[in-house]
Design a protein around this ligand. Sequence first.
Ligand SMILES: [Zn+2]
Length: 408
Amino acid sequence: MWFRIFLLCCFFGGWGSLYPKTSTSGNPPKWELLDPWQSTITRDQFQNLLARVYCPRKEWWKPWIVLEKDKARIRKQAGKDDWYHLSFCEKPKEPADSEKKRKSLKGLKIALDPGHIGGKYSEMEGRHFVIGKDAPVKEGDLSLETAKKLEEILTALGAEVFLVRAKSEPVTSKKPKDFAKEAQKWIAGRGLEKLKKEEKDKLIKKRQEMLFYRVSEIHARARLVNEKIRPDLVVCLHLNASAWKDPEKKELGETNDFHVLVNGCYMGGELALDDQRFEMMLRLLNGWHELEQKLAEDVSFALAKATKLPAFSYKGPNALKIGKVEGVWARNLLANRLYRCPVVFLEPYRANSKGAYKRITAGNYKGVREIEGVQRIPLVDEYAQAVAEGLMRNFVEPDSNATLPRNP
Ligand SMILES: [Zn+2]
């Protein structure tokens, strides 16, 4: 998730009108999908999940959720007095048997989602940089390379593995030009029509591109995951990067770290959108958080050990610390909100740090190489192996015979 400031702009992109109802291209909520969870959760459990994971500030959820003694009322549509009634049960339900550890990853359906598109799209996506005469670094290509390595390891361990994207090509069939009307409307909605033509055209182009590579692309991936693959979990593979001190004069930084995200931390403005409010409720009631947190913690341990990097800590209100394991945070992102199953979203390495850059440019070599005094396997191998180790730690009994394949 590179260049945080730009991303924040995207998150708030749908806020043009006074009373927005759904996110950009958001699916209208189907509240009846919550029906199977009637009387399955206690008031305490519900409140606890809201406070600890999904929405830490009461003032953020107060306009949308009313907690009564035996039920919660959730506003179906902004501005309307129409509510979904969710009954609470009195005693917590017995936890499912699925907690038990397995002998191997056999029977587990895992979708790997290589972040971004990469290839010829990486510049447009803003997930691309060039230092001097070196080859460009593209997050979308590195995430795909990692996914392919991870696919091999997990398949050997018995898992059924699917790549949400197997090439540096979009999953969506749409093109930026398909969003010309939306981009025009967005400009009009923000009163930007008076801008100089040149500036306006630039903004329209950027908006069209963002609607293509981000919104349309992730919605297309969500359809693939939710309707075709139907996995037990999705692992979103990304590499982080720092904002450039001077974007005109790109210089590698010192900061290199990792973090792992689960879904949560819906802010007031996000809960004001009908689709996001519904998606949050769906995730909360499905109980996906439990696996997300455990898995995120196991992967976080494995990443810390393999990469030897410190964990990143958020400062702003858009992320919430989850549990005690360093590096595990909740954020409400398009991908970890729309995929209808547990999702962990990984952000190891700052690609434009001196440390990571040296390893990325070293590419794919056999065995180990000494980089800054440390014997290292290729960065993408290290990444893939750490994720596999985290998954094993979470799902498989420690004394089982399944062992991770290792690089020489
Ligand atoms: Zn990313």
